[in-house]
Design a protein around this ligand. Structure first.
Ligand code: ADP
Length: 262
């Protein structure tokens, strides 16, 4: 006999015009480690593979998805619901920044209001023909991400961490949260793992040796990628041109996501 309730019981239904096959949550222990970057690059890779893709920017207090794609417009609503904005490649994006009058306006909301906004992004936004909806989660494993997980039927989680963090603790917390929700962890993406010398190609471990392999082995989850700090990536991101970035570091992560459809 288990006292754990079935989390499926709590999930909200998406908009009646939405068609979403798989929902992938991208989580991190704290801000600034590259969670949004990973969400965006994963979406781009799945789009390149020919899938219908959406990104739900649930990082309400630090929304950075629209900027990565160079999207500055206002999302339109009509009697049916709210329509996401399409990126150049045809990725559907919804973010609080697309609803604010001025995108620089800070969002100073308390947890339940933030969770309510994410719920609306799920219930009131029309996600048409989306094979993979990437959810850029609020950072951490606190109340807000937990509520989001209870609202959305997440099919798999990708954990993003950087080598300078206490990776063991972050992965451990993510694993516990995922177990509580009965959601599989697809694996860990280590970001900012090294810098490659442009002259000799040597990898410099700016933040010291990585512990991600041993931590992942401890929890029996795969390491999906070790992404370098790449000035080209930062440049593309700053210019809103994430879709033209050519790095292929997330291929294994994309394979793991693609496998969810089989
Ligand atoms: P988070 O979503 O975890 O808060 P972001 O994805 O917004 O973090 O990344 C934080 C900053 O670091 C951004 O300015 C981004 O452009 C930069 N960044 C992230 N990953 C890399 C990388 N691998 N190479 C270069 N810059 C990166």
């Amino acid at each position: 006999c288990s006292s754990r309730q079935n989390p499926q019981d709590f999930h909200e239904a998406p908009h009646k015009l939405s068609s979403i096959k798989k929902v992938i949550g991208v989580v991190s222990g704290k801000g600034g480690v590259g969670k949004s970057m990973t969400s965006a690059l994963m979406a781009v890779e799945m789009r390149r593979r020919g899938y219908g893709v959406g990104i739900l920017d649930a990082d309400i207090t630090g929304p950075s998805i629209p900027k990565l794609f160079g999207i500055h417009g206002r999302a339109m609503g009509d009697e049916n619901g709210i329509w996401p904005i399409e990126s150049r490649m045809g990725i559907d994006v919804m973010s609080i920044n697309l609803l604010l009058e001025h995108e620089e306006d800070p969002v100073v909301w308390r947890g339940p209001v933030i969770a309510g906004a994410v719920k609306q992004f799920w219930q009131d936004v029309i996600w048409k023909d989306v094979d993979f909806l990437f959810v850029d989660m609020p950072p951490g494993t606190g109340d807000v991400p937990l509520t989001v997980f209870q609202t959305l039927p997440v099919d798999g989680i990708i954990v993003v961490a950087s080598p300078q963090e206490l990776v063991s603790m972050i992965v451990g917390k993510a694993v516990k949260m995922a177990q509580m929700m009965n959601i599989p962890i697809l694996g860990v993406v280590e970001n900012m793992s090294y810098v490659e010398c442009p002259d000799c190609g040597k990898q410099i471990k700016v933040f010291g040796e990585s512990h991600v392999d041993e931590v992942a082995a401890k929890y029996n989850i795969p390491v999906l990628a070790k992404c370098p700090i790449d000035p080209k990536l930062a440049e593309c991101a700053d210019q809103g041109l994430i879709e033209v970035y050519g790095g292929q570091y997330l291929n294994a992560a994309a394979d793991a996501v693609q496998a969810l459809l089989k």
